[in-house]
Design a protein around this ligand. Structure first.
Ligand code: BF8
Length: 649
């Protein structure tokens, strides 16, 4: 990698990542091609931008590159192609989240039948709550019977052909009515994804708005369906998160312990690895090989799952995955699904690091495949840890672990936020609603999504978070955005000094940081649950679209981000994408549909804004317009009553 020190700082906000790049430039570590390099040496294909036209490759008469005034060979217009492409991306994202949810529902069923050694139901209360939402009979039935029926019902939501996916009833009544009015209530999760593929096949749905309404239906089946199933069952099996202190960044790699990195999205095998790594016998084995212990750390959303429940250190987000290997200190990286760069296969070859794939859905060249099945989790976890230990002696002397770490507090499930706000006996969102109404908190902004090698790493997440809390906007985060702000020190109670006076007063009273880590990407469903509860609490309108809230995906790159953005919009929230455009730039008609068109129907719009300062202003303007509509835009003076005044009341 070439470039001056200054350039490296321009590429990433993460000092640890910059240090590794500098050391590679100084030839202290082997030269490796990273996503940062590849982004510089290969420009993105310009097709899809407003000037170059759009590409349709859905049949073999093409690919057709269509510019303004022309159509594809079949007559498809720019708008039809743009809508079809966006719908397919959304289906891709929805399928990833939902397939993850399906696997957890399957696991819950096996746990209920005692067929998954090592796993158990850890949060019975959450099971009962979820079972009720699915219409399962509770009475005084045995927990395992309830779990069996819950798993069966959750599974059935995927293949359901008619009716409504039950979980949409978790949304406010008014929201459900909006969806029914526009006929976008999902009938079944898999059905909507399959129908997206069918409608976008050559010669089927050719009306951009009609295609995009189905894209909305598909996205709702993700947020209020597949993702909701994934989050709820993960809590049931591994516990609902509560505030948990932890540390982050590459400095959490250990120079004298076996470093085992878990990476991907599914918590199942990783939870077992984390638990087993503390087993005395295994620790003894590690010591017999010269290591002081076993250090399990994580990357991306698998890291977040085990952070939220067990305080495991997330050492980095999407763009840190290759960089972590380059420290030379990673004995083994075990991956499951999603956001795993194929480049890891080549990168790990240049170091002693072993790369292990475990999902039946994911193999990577250069990796060893050790397949996870629900009934072999314990043995597999043990085998993988042993493999990492055995590899410790192959570590070269020259390792380079950047000395950067940061404290953070994670674990803000919607249940924990409610508890933090009201205490054990009066848990409620009332204090949050009141703080928004009296203006100490101006609104809530969700900053979510990825890193993108075309965008300076972490910088947009961190900039927007700082600017928003300064102005009294509470920020909630998930996914790589959350890891980003944790690494820069904003996710700890001490960060309240950066918050405005109003937000700070709430954080001090409640004892929370000014930004709340709500989990992995699949856990954006938690944000939906909070929004519904805030509406139900009262005083801020009757629907999510009335709330002074907004969503931002500043460094997005994955199809999942597009699905999330779309279900958040469908739920009534203004959502801005930045960094790189949503792939509909070439069609003004489609841009109009997903902005003013969706706003008119669903109360939320999906917009791309390139300038990050403008993103900030637009989000603030939007929230202020919602405050105005709610008539809470005028700051009420706090009146302090003395005893005399009280007597006169
Ligand atoms: O699901 S934020 S880069 S890691 S897609 Fe991937 Fe994006 Fe990160 Fe988690 Ni989400």
């Amino acid at each position: 990698m070439s470039g001056s020190k200054k350039n490296f700082n321009d590429l990433s906000d993460d000092k640890a990542v910059v240090e590794i790049m500098e050391r590679m430039a100084a030839k202290e570590i082997p030269e490796i091609s990273t996503a940062f390099d590849r982004a510089q040496s290969m420009k993105p294909c310009p097709i899809g931008s407003a000037v170059s036209g759009i590409c349709c490759k859905n049949c073999a008469m093409g690919p057709c590159r269509v510019r303004e005034g022309r159509t594809g060979l079949c007559g498809a217009t720019i708008s039809t192609i743009a809508a079809r492409n966006l719908a397919r991306h959304i289906a891709g994202g929805a399928s990833a989240h939902s397939d993850h949810g399906r696997d957890l529902a399957h696991l819950l069923g096996l746990v209920a039948e005692d067929k998954a050694p090592g796993f158990e139901i850890k949060d019975e209360l959450k099971l009962l709550k979820f079972a009720r939402n699915l219409g399962i009979k509770i009475d005084d039935r045995d927990t395992k019977d309830i779990a069996k029926d819950t798993a069966k019902k959750a599974m059935s939501l995927f293949g359901q052909q008619h009716g409504e996916v039950d979980l949409i009833k978790m949304a406010p009544k008014k929201r459900q009515e909006v969806w029914r009015k526009y006929n976008v209530v999902p009938r079944g999760i898999d059905r909507e994804i399959v129908e997206t593929m069918h409608r976008t096949h050559i010669g089927v749905d050719q009306d951009a708005e009609h295609i995009l309404d189905h894209a909305i239906r598909t996205a709702i089946s993700d947020g209020w369906g597949g993702s909701m199933v994934a989050t709820e069952i993960t809590d049931i099996l591994f516990n609902t998160p509560r505030a948990v202190p932890a540390r982050t960044n590459l400095g959490m790699l250990s120079k004298d312990e076996v470093n085992l990195v878990i990476h991907g999205h599914e918590p199942t095998l990783s939870e077992l690895i984390v638990e087993l790594a503390e087993d005395k016998e295994i620790l003894g084995y590690a010591k017999s090989k010269g290591a002081k212990g076993i250090n399990v750390v994580g990357i991306c959303c698998t890291a977040i799952e085990v952070l939220m429940r067990q305080g495991v250190a997330p050492i980095g987000n999407f763009l840190s995955q290759e960089i972590a290997i380059m420290t030379g200190a990673v004995e083994l990286m075990v991956v499951d699904v999603q956001c795993i760069m194929q480049a890891l296969g080549e990168t790990t070859k240049k170091f002693h690091t072993k790369l292990i794939t475990t999902s039946p859905k994911c193999k990577i060249g250069g990796a060893t495949h050790m397949e996870f099945k629900e009934n072999n989790g314990l043995e597999l976890a043990r085998e993988i840890i042993k493999m990492a230990i055995d590899n410790f002696e192959n570590r070269k002397e020259q390792i380079c672990i950047p000395g950067f770490t940061e404290d953070l507090v994670a674990g803000f499930s919607h249940e924990y936020i409610k508890y933090a706000l009201g205490g054990k006996f009066r848990e409620s969102f009332r204090p949050l609603n009141d703080a928004i109404i009296d203006g100490r908190i101006q609104g809530v902004v969700a900053i979510v999504g990825c890193n993108n090698a075309r965008v300076p790493h972490d910088k947009y997440h961190n900039f927007l978070t700082r600017e928003l809390i300064k102005r009294d906007y509470l920020v909630v985060l998930t996914g790589c955005a959350a890891i980003s702000t944790a690494k820069c020190g904003l996710m700890k109670p001490e960060a309240m000094k950066y918050a405005g006076e109003g937000l700070r007063s709430i954080c001090e009273t409640v004892g929370i940081p000014p930004i709340l880590h709500m989990g992995s990407c699949v856990d954006n469903s938690r944000i939906l649950t909070v929004l519904s509860d805030v509406v139900k609490e009262g005083g801020l309108g009757e629907d999510i679209s009335d709330l002074p809230v907004a969503g931002i995906a500043p460094e997005w790159m994955s199809e999942k981000a597009l699905s999330i953005g779309t279900y958040v919009v469908a739920s009534g929230v203004y959502t801005v994408f930045s960094g790189v455009p949503i792939p509909v730039e070439s069609s003004q008609e489609v841009k109009d549909i997903i902005t003013s068109g969706w706003e008119e129907k669903y109360g939320g719009k999906l917009e791309y804004v390139s300038d990050v300062n403008e993103v900030l202003n637009k989000v603030i303007d939007h929230i202020q317009s919602k405050r105005k509509a709610l008539k809470i835009d005028v700051k009420k003076e706090r009146v302090l009553f003395d005893m005399e005044a009280r007597r006169g009341m």
